[in-house]
Design a protein around this ligand. Structure first.
Ligand SMILES: Cc1cc2nc3c(=O)[nH]c(=O)nc-3n(C[C@H](O)[C@H](O)[C@H](O)COP(=O)(O)O)c2cc1C
Length: 369
């Protein structure tokens, strides 16, 4: 950045840091309010998005960037009920309607690639789908299934060394399909105890080969996936989401600084579009600081932000943009509310994951005065 460009950017950020445009790699964002990924479990049979998704994402297309709900890159990557896929032609066509509507509204949109690994129930998957993980260890969590209620997670099969490249290729294939579906890029879900994090965490990865043991080995799977995604669609269209040390979904990492240092040091040369960092629930661990220490590209911060704290985070240069999840549920016009300092509405927890438009499409916009 030239001195002049730097001074202009500094002045814009001082004016309203949330509403200063930013380039995340090759993705131009008109503002720095990112819609965070949210699973809403409304896909139709065939793991297809529908008119509901077109309406939902379209109503939020004044965001600087939309990150979709977690989307499986293969039938094996699915774990929860009614999550959408991005691995066949029908899914590509269905997503195209979403990306067209969002682009017409002005926002770029990336798809979050979520392979849940061992956080899965066969009740939620196609019969021929496998449940795989770094090691054959069951996640000690239960999940909801439409046909059998709450179920223990499946016992996964440990991926063999020979099988790992195939899983990496599933991600790359989904990334290529994403571009065909009109997405501006993809985000690797490497948080929340799903497959990449199962490799990163010590309790779910007991491997003794090149993918287990020391931090650089535990990071290897996520690094290889990132390299494959960058190779498939270009690094300027690839983001990665992490939440160091979050024990959610039964993963434990006693040395998160080492683990995420190794991961971020390894992906730094790729020069990806952005790193999406969720604040760690472990208070003693500053995930945002770890990210800044090990990664010099654009950072999107997440977790618990409101307008004032988001502006302060950008002004302090802790991050370059801020994502909002829950506030986007009940406030389809969240961007306008943040810009104009308008009150924020809540949302109904009971309809977060239920099929159909209730609790999805019926949150009103504030009337324009
Ligand atoms: C209903 C719901 C579904 C979520 N689904 C995902 C998901 O698919 N992928 C993901 O990375 N995070 C997911 N999250 C986490 C959010 O993206 C975000 O990290 C979290 O809600 C904290 O941000 P907030 O304080 O702005 O809500 C989900 C959160 C909620 C509330």
């Amino acid at each position: 950045m030239t001195d002049l460009a730097g001074r202009v950017e500094a002045r814009l950020i001082q004016d309203d840091p949330l509403f200063t445009p930013i380039e995340l790699g090759e993705i131009h964002c008109a503002n720095r309010v990112v819609m965070a990924p949210m699973t809403r479990s409304r896909a139709s049979p065939g793991d297809l998005v529908s008119d509901l998704h077109v309406e939902y994402y379209g109503a939020r297309a004044d965001a600087g960037l939309i990150v979709t709900e977690g989307t499986q890159p293969s039938i094996h990557g699915k774990g929860y009920c009614r999550t959408p896929g991005l691995h066949d032609a029908a899914q590509v066509a269905a997503w195209r309607a979403v990306t067209d509507r969002v682009h017409a509204g002005g926002a770029p949109i990336v798809v979050q690639l979520m392979h849940v690994g061992r956080v899965a129930s066969r009740h939620n998957k196609f019969a021929e789908a496998m449940t795989v993980a770094p090691s054959a260890l069951r996640a000690n969590v239960q999940m909801y299934t439409d046909d059998a209620g709450m179920q223990d997670c499946d016992l996964p099969a440990a991926l063999s060394l020979a099988e790992i490249p195939g899983v990496v290729e599933e991600y790359a294939h989904a990334a290529r399909l994403a571009r065909g579906a009109g997405f501006d890029g993809v985000e690797l879900h490497a948080a929340s105890g799903y497959l990449p994090m199962q490799f990163l965490a010590a309790n779910s990865n007991l491997r003794r080969d090149a993918y287990g043991g020391v931090a650089a080995n535990r990071a290897r799977f996520a690094v290889e996936v990132m390299e494959a995604l960058c190779g498939a669609i270009g690094p300027g269209r690839v983001g990665m989401r992490i939440c160091p040390a979050n024990p959610f979904n039964d993963v434990l990492d006693p040395e998160p600084e080492l683990t995420y240092g190794a991961l971020l040091d390894a992906i730094a040369p790729l020069r990806i579009a952005y790193l999406h960092v969720i604040r760690s629930p472990i208070r003693a661990l500053d995930a945002f600081a770890i990210a800044r220490r090990h990664y010099s590209g654009p950072i999107v911060l997440n977790d618990g932000f409101r307008g004032d704290s988001a502006r302060a985070a950008i002004r302090s240069r802790a991050g370059d943009a801020v994502s909002f999840a829950r506030h986007f549920i009940g406030n389809p016009d969240l961007v306008r509310r943040l810009r104009d300092g308008l009150p924020l509405a809540g949302f109904d927890r009971h309809t977060l994951y239920t099929p159909g438009p209730r609790g999805y499409l019926d949150y009103p916009q504030l009337p324009v005065a």
